[in-house]
Design a protein around this ligand. Structure first.
Ligand SMILES: [Cu+2]
Length: 168
């Protein structure tokens, strides 16, 4: 259904949105310091991993380059089946920063068909909410360690239904 040309245009649009950091991703952290040298230091190295995940391959259209800052919160809710990516094919917010000890609760809206939460290759945390469902009890996880979680919805990954979490 989708064409490579369309995907490329969307990707280029994403590069423009989030700045030069994506285009120069291959150069990031070349000194091994753990900090990204690109994008004027606006993104931490951990955030940069999420940005690259959300803007590569099937772009996450509802990601505008910003991270919801939920550091210090005891509990954070991420909607599953929020508007975005052509229909209700989005996590909201798609990118979130939390502190260690935070409980994240993915809550199904009931919209957009069947969804799930599955960690992607490269994720520091393994996540699996099980088979895609239209509605189910929240998928809840408490993050005790620092790191990065990158995840997707199995049925809608190619439409951009992806999310990222930085635990700092
Ligand atoms: Cu989905």
């Amino acid at each position: 259904m989708n064409t490579g040309e369309t995907s490329r245009r969307r990707f280029l649009a994403a590069v423009t949105t989030v700045g030069a950091s994506v285009a120069l991703a291959g150069c990031s952290d070349g000194d091994g310091s753990g900090e990204s040298d690109v994008n004027g230091g606006d993104y931490s190295a951990a955030e940069q991993r999420v940005v690259e995940y959300l803007t590569s391959d099937s772009e996450t259209e509802n990601f505008d380059g910003s991270f919801a800052d939920e550091t210090g919160a005891d509990e954070v809710v991420i909607e599953v089946g929020a508007p975005g990516n052509g229909a209700n094919y989005a996590y909201a917010p798609p990118a979130v920063t939390v502190s260690t000890g935070t409980t994240v609760s993915w809550e199904w809206t009931g919209d957009g068909g069947s969804h799930n939460v599955v960690s992607a290759d490269g994720s520091d945390f393994e996540l699996s909410s099980g088979n895609p469902q239209e509605q189910q009890e929240p998928f809840t996880r408490t993050f005790e360690e620092r790191g990065v979680a990158v995840y997707y919805c199995s049925p809608h990954r190619t439409l951009g239904m992806k999310g990222g979490l930085v635990v700092e």
